[in-house]
Design a protein around this ligand. Structure first.
Ligand SMILES: [Zn+2]
Length: 189
């Protein structure tokens, strides 16, 4: 790594003290960070796959459903991030509308409702803290569909698939944790 790269390491927070020695520096700290906007968050999110893929492969030897859920949950962050609490269209909402025909439009409806409900709680504990905000968003997205499926006798959580759902929450929580950490440490959206 060149000296100019080293100089770009953010001067505070976790990245600083893990940055100097470990290989994490190579893909985490090479980008200068001051105010993470949507595209900066997305950049770090994509880098997170360098950890999530090996982690999920490792987990698959313990419980493949949990591992699959972990990777699916992390990937869902592409369309479902803590900045849903902004009214208007954020980056993840742009991606869902562009990349997911029909489903993306429906999801945009859900995220818009969410944004209007939490519009005064941007970057709060409820909308940004990992696991807490993760579960609230998941209830917004899957609460009604799961209820309807259950009403018609289709149980998506039964038959051993509970581990998939737990993995999904774990994976999405990890992506939310990266977002939360960046917001907390460097300010921005
Ligand atoms: Zn944020």
């Amino acid at each position: 790594m060149s000296l100019s790269r080293l100089e770009e390491i953010p001067s505070k927070g976790l990245f600083h003290w893990i940055g100097m020695r470990t290989c994490l520096q190579c893909f985490i700290c090479q980008k200068n960070l001051e105010m993470p906007n949507g595209s900066t968050h997305y950049w770090y999110y994509k880098k997170g796959y360098f950890l999530e893929v090996p982690l999920s492969i490792g987990l698959s030897f313990v419980d493949w459903k949990f591992a699959l859920g972990n990777l699916a949950g992390y990937s869902f962050h592409r369309y479902c991030d803590p900045d849903w609490d902004l009214m208007g269209t954020n980056n993840s909402e742009g991606r869902m509308a562009n990349e997911l025909p029909v489903v993306g439009n429906i999801l945009f409806g859900v995220s818009s409702i969410y944004g209007s409900v939490f519009r005064r709680h941007h970057r709060s504990f409820l909308t940004h803290f990992p696991l807490v905000s993760t579960l609230i968003r998941l209830i917004f997205v899957f609460g009604i569909p799961f209820f309807l499926f259950d009403y018609f006798g289709i149980n998506l959580i039964g038959n051993g698939w509970i581990m998939f759902h737990l993995g999904f929450v774990a994976g999405l929580s990890q992506a939310d944790a990266i977002h939360w950490y960046l917001d907390k440490s460097f300010g921005g959206e």
